[in-house]
Design a protein around this ligand. Structure first.
Ligand code: ADP
Ligand code: MG
Length: 700
């Protein structure tokens, strides 16, 4: 299956010199790769240096700046050995024409120091200069060579992102061996495009990045980075286009019901649809009427009212006798969806069920039987559940809520659960167009651009944590006025215990200060406990809900009007926007208090400013891209663009568009990837781990 030319690159990294099982684990953590599988040589090769050390920098001692890595041509002076058993460092003086420097060593062997730095002799020494009390010093120089050996020192060394326990020398050595395994690849890029851009071929680009000559070589816009970024984008666009083409050939079912069930749902709503809700419903109805499968993204800012669109269009499919599924990313959200659409379903006559990981075996079996018998029209559950063993009598449409990392694999798994299943992906994250392309490919998009009538913009202020008492006082008077308040505490992954303590602590303080019961929700509670706390808050039994970010996604309590976000400086923009979207859902004015702990860093300060200035999710997403790159927008922790090793949504947006058109053209002219270029493109798909799509060629 895999082109044999790739074999050397798919060997595990432990086949490289210097990498045993333990180091292999560290490398896997560092370079990503597939879970539960050892990292491959290819994974390692895509680990690109982030900077370089230029040992050609020879300013002379006096002109070496603090923190610079420099190479010095010096005469070694006096050794100052510490007394025996002293922990003081060993110091060696040296000078050149411009000045004096001290080399500093901790726990170094004396005989080695005396041999390596003989007094009165000339040495070429390279390392980092630090100025201390107006004097330069160098702690543990990287190199010390006789003048005639100076050529042994690499002029330029790549600097890799590292992880604890992995030495840079180990990585460099393994990388060198990995580069030697690079085969000669057939060219997969279009000849004319290659000419036009002047890019190097794949192997040359990779070799150059691992042995950069200039800092600019490593910039996103260098020809080497552009070449690899384009390759990666093309692989991803091609795979997505193949999945799409496959979905089309498998065929969908044209659904043209009378629309009475949809009308029943809409009539059951206690409000009028917004114009863009109506448009989105119309667009989706048209997709459903087509004999091809639907693959559509429903994009709308928090509070825009996506759930209603989903339910109305699910009704259309259900009217034809098929079943629908609504998948939510979390247990809490699945339950909430269920609770909020239940009254509408009851009125419209849709048989609704909830399935979550918390169901007992018995409940699960009973639901499954009803699903198989067609006694359930619509099931709400978590993603995990649907990726498992659930089966349907006649699944017609799946709605995936708030799903950002929905890969090709999952989409394939889903499609297998029914014939010609239509898929609607809903996202509350206002993803800029470039990211839609990277993550979802060339999907149709419906946008909810207007908010339900009567919504007021949320007033946002940022306040230092020093003024906590004052804020608690204001919360007190707000609830005395009948308002409801969310109080969000941050969750820092590294120290779950501390966070738990912090949120429980805040809960206690608020109960005490406000002299009433306050609800509490955090990730360690059971589903029942969470439900109970949420419903107390929803019903108004409690006026304040203290929560970790479990409320971030989708929680809907329309009469909550204040949200306090503690340690707002720790949150990303997208996350802040999601959180803020928990209020401003009714017709009353709402506010958001960003409580920060100073001093604020530059990025954190910029984030809070943007939050104060705008309520516009799209604007915030664009700003977020600028501040942080794509990772944060999609709520992932890694920097860069999720799912991509080289390409970046912010830096390579222009290439993305070209790659999409390129992929489309390729599949038009060579749908089976059989031509010479097609064969080469198969290599590319494997290289970037997009080969799952190749299986479709045979199936289709
Ligand atoms: P999101 O797009 O964030 O998922 P929801 O679907 O949860 O938004 O809707 C947010 C709130 O707005 C819900 O309480 C919902 O009932 C309400 N809503 C939805 N559409 C409208 C509308 N057209 N007019 C008034 N309220 C609406
Ligand atoms: Mg929602």
């Amino acid at each position: 299956m895999r082109p044999p030319v790739l074999d050397p690159l798919f060997a595990p990294v432990s086949t490289l010199p210097g990498i045993g099982p333990k180091i292999a684990k560290l490398v896997a953590g560092l370079v990503g790769g597939q879970p539960n599988r050892e990292a491959t040589v290819a994974d390692l090769l895509f680990h690109i240096p982030h900077s370089l050390i230029d040992r050609r920098h020879k300013p002379g001692i006096a002109y070496s700046e603090n923190g610079d890595i420099v190479t010095l041509d010096v005469i070694i002076g006096r050794h100052m050995a510490p007394p025996r058993h002293s922990k003081a460092p060993y110091k060696i003086m040296a000078h050149d024409d411009t000045g004096q420097i001290t080399f500093v060593f901790f726990h170094a062997r004396r005989d080695w120091l005396e041999k390596t730095f003989p007094e009165g002799e000339r040495r070429i020494v390279s390392g980092k200069v630090e100025w201390f009390n107006d004097r330069p010093q160098m702690v543990h120089p990287d190199y010390s060579l006789k003048p005639e050996e100076a050529a042994q020192m690499p002029a330029i060394e790549p600097v890799y992102p590292l992880t604890a326990g992995l030495a840079s020398k180990t990585l460099q050595k393994a990388m060198k061996a990995a580069l030697e395994k690079l085969p000669v690849f057939p060219e997969w890029l279009n000849e004319a495009y290659l000419q036009k851009t002047g890019w190097p071929d794949f192997s040359e680009a990779l070799r150059t990045l691992h042995a950069p000559r200039e800092r600019e070589d490593l910039e996103p816009q260098s020809p080497y980075m552009q070449r690899l970024a384009y390759d990666e984008l093309l692989a991803s666009q091609l795979a997505l286009a193949m999945v799409r083409a496959n979905m089309r050939t498998l065929g969908g079912i044209s659904r043209t019901p009378s629309g009475t069930l949809q009308k029943a749902v809409i009539n059951a709503l206690p409000f009028e649809l917004t114009a863009s809700q109506a448009t989105a419903i119309k667009e989706i109805n048209e997709d459903l009427a087509e004999p091809t499968r639907m693959l559509r993204l429903l994009q709308g800012d928090v509070g825009a009212g996506k759930t209603v669109v989903a339910l109305a269009t699910l009704a259309q499919v259900i009217e034809t006798g098929a079943q629908g599924a609504l998948m939510a990313p979390t247990e809490i959200l699945a339950r909430q969806h269920y609770a909020s659409i239940l009254p509408l379903c009851e009125k419209a006559g849709i048989r609704l069920a909830l399935m979550t990981g918390k169901d007992t075996q018995k409940e699960r079996r009973a639901r499954q039987e009803q699903l198989d018998a067609g006694e359930i029209d619509l099931v709400v559950g978590t993603h995990a559940l649907f990726q498992g063993s659930v089966t349907f009598k006649n699944l017609g449409m799946v709605v995936v809520d708030e799903q950002h990392r929905f890969g090709v694999h999952q989409r394939l798994a889903l499609s297998g659960k029914g014939q010609g299943v239509d898929v609607l992906v809903m996202t509350a994250t206002p993803i800029p167009r470039t990211l839609v392309l990277t993550c979802f490919g060339d999907m149709d998009v419906s946008r909810l651009t207007d908010k339900p009538a009567g919504r007021k913009p949320i007033k946002t202020v940022s306040v230092s944590l020093d003024r906590l008492d004052e804020i608690i006082g204001r919360v007190g008077s707000a609830i005395a006025n009948g308002q409801k308040v969310y109080w969000v505490c941050p969750l820092v992954e590294e120290s779950e215990k501390i966070d738990l303590a912090a949120v429980e602590d805040r809960h206690r303080v608020l109960e005490h200060a406000l002299r009433q019961r306050v609800s509490l929700v955090h990730g360690r509670m059971s589903a029942e406990e969470k439900d109970a706390a949420m419903s107390d808050f929803k019903s108004g039994l409690t006026k304040v809900l203290v929560a970790t970010t479990v409320i971030e996604v989708g929680v809907d309590v329309p009469d909550a009007t204040i949200i306090v976000i503690e340690h707002a400086e720790r949150f990303g923009l997208a996350q802040l926007h999601q959180l803020r979207g928990r209020v401003g859902r009714g017709d009353k004015p709402s506010s958001c208090v960003l409580l920060y702990k100073g001093p604020l860093g530059e990025t954190a300060g910029a984030r809070l400013n943007i939050m104060r200035e705008t309520n516009d999710g799209f604007l915030i997403a664009e700003e977020d891209l600028k501040l942080r790159g794509g990772g944060e927008i999609l709520g992932t922790r890694q920097s860069g663009t999720p799912g991509f090793r080289i390409a970046r949504a912010d830096e390579h947006a222009d290439l993305m568009e070209v790659a999409r058109d390129d992929a489309r053209l390729i599949l038009e002219t060579d749908p089976e990837l059989k031509s010479k270029r097609g064969e080469a493109l198969r290599c590319l798909l494997y290289l970037f781990g997009r080969d799952a799509a190749i299986r479709l060629l045979r199936a289709g």
